[in-house]
Design a protein. Structure first.
Length: 185
């Protein structure tokens, strides 16, 4: 299916961490003198860091007619959620500082390649409580708008009533409570 939205966020932290190590080990192998018998180990370490850089250089988020998909680097750790299972989409102003990559946080699973902002997907489950998935993004407003448009059009297609929370991404205001005075004059 053709993608409606596709964006790759570069993980500068992963590149900042891996590229100097790759360069150091290659420099030692080519121009330096590694300790005797360590040249193979140095080569394997350089290859390991190069593979790590290929797998973690960025995260790509794709939205098509039926799913939102995301993966790291060259397509590793691919995940997806059906658009029909998404209950709500909110902008996450600050990602958990617990680290990068795929992580369990207090909210739910977080997938990110940089610190900063992202979106929070509330996904329905067969259990009582919906699960939360946080996706890091350097353009969360655009991503949220595309998802909300797909959710609205899918609900219209199915003939379902669109709740106000999805229309405006906010909870409806509760009715004002009537104050009754128990005193009589």
């Amino acid at each position: 299916m053709p993608a409606i939205y596709r964006h790759t966020q570069i993980g500068y932290w992963a590149l900042f961490f891996t590229l100097p190590w790759i360069a150091t080990f290659i420099f030692i192998l080519i121009w330096g003198t590694p300790p005797p018998g360590m040249d193979i180990l140095y080569g394997l370490v350089a290859i390991g860091f190069a593979l790590l850089a290929c797998f973690l250089y960025g995260m790509t988020i794709t939205i098509d007619d039926t799913h939102i998909c995301w993966h790291y680097g060259l397509g590793s750790f691919r995940k997806q959620v059906a658009i029909e299972d998404i209950v709500d989409v909110r902008i996450e102003k600050e990602l958990s500082m617990g680290g990068l990559g795929s992580r369990h946080t207090s909210k739910g699973m977080q997938y990110a390649v940089t610190f900063g902002r992202g979106i929070e997907l509330e996904v329905k489950t067969p259990w009582k409580k919906n699960k939360i998935i946080v996706l890091g993004s350097d353009e969360p407003e655009v991503l949220r708008e595309v998802l909300m448009t797909k959710i609205r059009s899918r609900m219209k297609l199915l003939g379902a009533e669109i709740p106000e929370a999805i229309l405006f991404n906010e909870l409806p205001d509760p009715e004002p409570t009537k104050r009754t005075d128990s005193r009589t004059n």
